[in-house]
Ligand binder design. Structure first.
Ligand code: AKG
Length: 284
């Protein structure tokens, strides 16, 4: 399903629950998309492809794929237009808050796929938390934003429609996978239970440019050690909501508002350390 950016958050949430994902056309304006791309480009140019330096066992992450993480420290546009995007947060509230007191960012990264990179194995993003995924609740909401060409030849994300149904262990039928083609600024938002994977880049000279952000239940461990990637002087300049999402805040695991569960917190910090951080960390 493809929806214009003025679709209500309630409708978008319904589409995601039904289909496993939705494309929002023009989630970012051309100005935001260009600014984001330009702020990240120097970092991308400095980085050799592959997740690990030797790219030795990077079949999953892509030997010809550039992944830059820690985007909040590298691009203020990322914070303002993506991390704090009201539509993304509205959908995340609907999908994740029924199962946690707070959710947080699991990871932010570029996924720039160069020519010759084969298709990624189809998978569910819930793969990291399979024990929890088997309970059948939603754990994660993922988003891929196109920052450039995003067609089938260049490696548009392959999605298996409706594969969020049937449970975590349901087999993934790769013959049903379809490319999700997008224009710059469009976003594919999908559940952690939807099977998908980066497409093969079969072009000769074009790079598939995506920006990924995932939001995760606050009682699960994020993929990226997010707060360690943000210098304190940068953290202090960010709005409180952004710091909370970036792990510069304690987290309420429970939604309970009364009883002992309403007092407990995860990711706590000793009062001495709170003082040392001088307000950068928020204790609930
Ligand atoms: O690049 C894509 O289109 C999807 C990437 C992905 O699913 C992943 O790296 O886990």
């Amino acid at each position: 399903m493809r929806c214009p950016v003025n679709t209500t958050v309630t409708e978008l949430t319904e589409h995601i629950r039904r289909d496993g994902g939705v494309v929002i056309e023009g989630l970012l304006t051309p100005h935001e998309t260009d600014a984001l791309h330009d702020q990240l480009q120097p970092h991308v140019e400095r980085r050799s492809p592959g997740f690990r330096e030797d790219a030795g066992d990077d079949e999953f992450y892509g030997r010809r794929t550039v992944r830059i993480q820690g985007l909040a420290a590298k691009s203020r546009q990322f914070v303002d237009s993506v991390l704090l995007n009201e539509i993304l947060l509205g959908i995340a509230d609907n999908i994740l808050l029924p199962h946690c007191g707070n959710y947080w960012m699991s990871q932010s990264e570029t996924i720039y796929i160069a020519p010759g990179n084969p298709a990624q194995a189809l998978h569910r993003d819930d793969i990291n938390w399979s024990f929890a995924a088997r309970t059948g609740i939603d754990l994660q909401m993922s988003t891929l934003i196109a920052l450039g060409d995003y067609d089938a030849e260049v490696g548009a994300t392959m999605v298996v429609p409706n594969s969020h149904r049937g449970g975590y262990d349901a087999p993934i039928d790769s013959s049903l996978a379809r490319p999700v083609e997008m224009n710059p600024g469009d976003a594919l938002i999908y559940l952690g239970s939807l099977a998908h994977g980066g497409g093969a880049n079969n072009s000769t000279n074009r790079i598939r440019k995506a920006l990924y952000i995932g939001f995760l239940l606050g009682w699960l461990t994020p993929e990226e050690a997010v707060p360690l990637a943000i210098p304190l002087e940068v953290a202090r300049t960010l709005p409180e909501r952004a710091r909370g999402l970036l792990g510069l805040s304690s987290v309420r695991g429970n939604i309970a508002t009364e009883g002992v569960e309403s007092f407990t917190q995860l990711w706590q910090l000793d009062r001495d350390h709170l003082e040392q951080l001088d307000g950068a960390f928020i204790q609930h």
